[in-house]
Design a protein around this ligand. Structure first.
Ligand code: BG6
Length: 483
């Protein structure tokens, strides 16, 4: 049953980068598709800077128009009219009291519709202010309608720096809000091909008998970017590639690749299975880690001269359970590499009794390309067309652009924000999941922070350190042509 009544979306940190580049554009696209009806919805920007409504609108305007928006100028102006700005600090009552007054004003004017009041607080802010902001929301800005409704908060990574700090943050927020009110975003969970993983694995008879240690030799989950930390060096240097990408985005993908079939599609059932996978991961061994830092990274004025923060890492995880024992899950992420790509590569074992002597031509491999150009393809052996009985490696290819022409694939943030409005937590990280994820990486991160493990320099625009390819080979990955 669709909820009626007014919906207030409050973007805290409204003048920051995340809000401008991701949150407001996602809201705009939802608006254009009719998910944010103007007679119900109002959007509030909140930040410390003292600016007018129009100034905020002008700052956002340039980020809204993309290939995605069909009739830009008209829609943009209408959308911007829904936005109001309130300035205030993140730890004092005054700003939040004003914010509450503004929201209530909007609710009274719209509640002639008779309905509940829904308040969605999106914290596009650094985690250091999460506790104080949550306290302020709890004290001054909760939904007060006696017609029902809800108050929800959305938070972004990094949720802490290690197990201890993440747990502290979780308890601080947990004292103020219940788990069903907290939406921890990992935007990789909003990507089309990540969401497709459950369907692929559990709705296809093909994969059911093959998806295990008897048939799969190794799994790679790879993230590459062909640009450095330009402009974000200060933030990045504090966190590094493991906290920025691997502990969250790649690990979430690993969960969906490795988990058992959930009892149902209920969010709790899915998240229960993800937690089990995380809890089955063995401690990481030093010899199964390669760290790198691209040359030129320290030239960024916001990066300390002697920084040993990795901008590249390959880490092998081993899942200690019946399905996966002995299968390395190779997580690899790097900045300033030779291409921009995120993909999952599932490599199968060799065929026993190789009568074609085709082993050297490569193995069966199933590749799921998350971006760019979403695709799934299967590398397999076929007879080389012609008179000879020789073999060649070929591909069964499902490229989304070709197969689903005219279908617009939604942006991750767009989908996830819609889920928060609908109250669907399936694609959000639960507290115990977060804890289990930090448990896996905290010992390694502490060793890096203490200078006990140092990154190997690599050239910007390269594949990363050669040692990472050696580790891959040692783990059993067989490189095929074209990769
Ligand atoms: C963010 C990281 O979470 O994800 C960035 O902080 C990274 O460093 C970005 O660039 C990558 O996201 P996407 O969707 O472009 O792969």
């Amino acid at each position: 049953v669709p909820e009626i009544g007014c919906l207030s979306i409050i973007v805290l940190g409204a003048s920051g980068d995340l809000a401008k580049k991701k949150t407001f554009p996602a809201l705009f696209h939802l608006y254009c598709q009719g998910f944010l009806p103007p007679n119900e919805v109002h959007i509030f920007g909140y930040a410390r800077t003292k600016i007018s409504d129009d100034e905020l609108r002008n700052r956002i305007r340039g980020y809204l128009v993309s290939e995605r928006s069909a009739s830009p100028s008209k829609d943009v102006s209408k959308f911007l009219q829904l936005i109001k700005y309130v300035s205030g600090s993140y730890d004092a009552a005054e700003g939040f009291q004003t914010l509450d007054k503004e929201i209530s004003k909007h609710e009274t004017s719209k509640n002639s519709l008779e309905g509940s009041s829904r308040r969605l607080f999106y914290l596009a802010l650094p985690p250091s202010v999460y506790p104080s902001v949550c306290r302020m929301i709890r004290r001054y800005c909760m939904n007060k309608s006696n017609l029902g409704g809800w108050t929800r908060i959305v938070v972004e990574k990094p949720f802490g720096r290690d197990l201890g700090s993440a747990e502290e943050l979780s308890s601080q927020i947990g004292e103020l809000f219940d788990e069903p009110q907290i939406y921890r975003i990992d935007h990789y969970l909003g990507k089309e091909l990540v969401q497709n993983l459950l369907v692929l694995r559990f709705a296809n008879r093909f994969f059911l008998p093959l998806w295990n240690r008897d048939n799969i030799d190794n799994v790679q989950i790879v993230f590459r970017e062909d640009f450095g930390t330009e402009g974000r060096g200060g933030y990045f240097d504090e966190y590094g590639i493991i906290r920025d990408i691997i502990q969250n985005h790649l690990l979430q993908v690993l969960c969906l690749v490795a988990m058992e079939k959930p009892v149902s599609l209920k969010p709790e059932h899915i998240r229960d299975e993800k937690v089990k996978v995380l809890q089955s991961v063995l401690p990481i061994k030093d010899e199964e880690v390669v760290l790198g830092q691209y040359e030129g990274y320290r030239d960024d004025p916001t990066v300390p001269d002697h920084s040993n923060t990795p901008t590249f890492a390959t880490v092998i995880l081993r899942i200690h359970n019946e399905r996966w024992e002995g299968v390395p899950f190779i997580l690899k992420a790097g900045k300033a590499l030779n291409s921009r790509k995120a993909e999952i590569r599932v490599q199968f074992k060799d065929v026993p009794g190789d009568i074609f002597k085709c082993k050297k031509q490569g193995r069966n491999e199933f590749v799921i390309r998350l971006q760019p150009s979403e695709a799934m393809y299967m590398k397999l052996m076929v007879k080389q067309p012609g008179l000879e009985m020789s073999t060649v490696q070929s591909e069964l290819d499902l490229s989304y652009r070709q197969r689903y022409q005219g279908v617009t694939i939604p942006e991750a943030y767009e989908r996830l924000i819609l889920d928060t409005i609908r109250g669907d937590q399936q694609h959000f990280v639960r507290r115990d999941e977060l804890k289990a994820a930090w448990e896996i990486f905290t010992p390694l991160l502490h060793r890096i922070d203490n200078g006990e493990m140092n990154p190997i320099p690599y050239q910007a625009g390269s594949r990363g350190p050669a040692e990472a390819d050696e580790l891959l080979e040692k783990a059993g990955y067989v490189q095929t042509h074209g990769y």
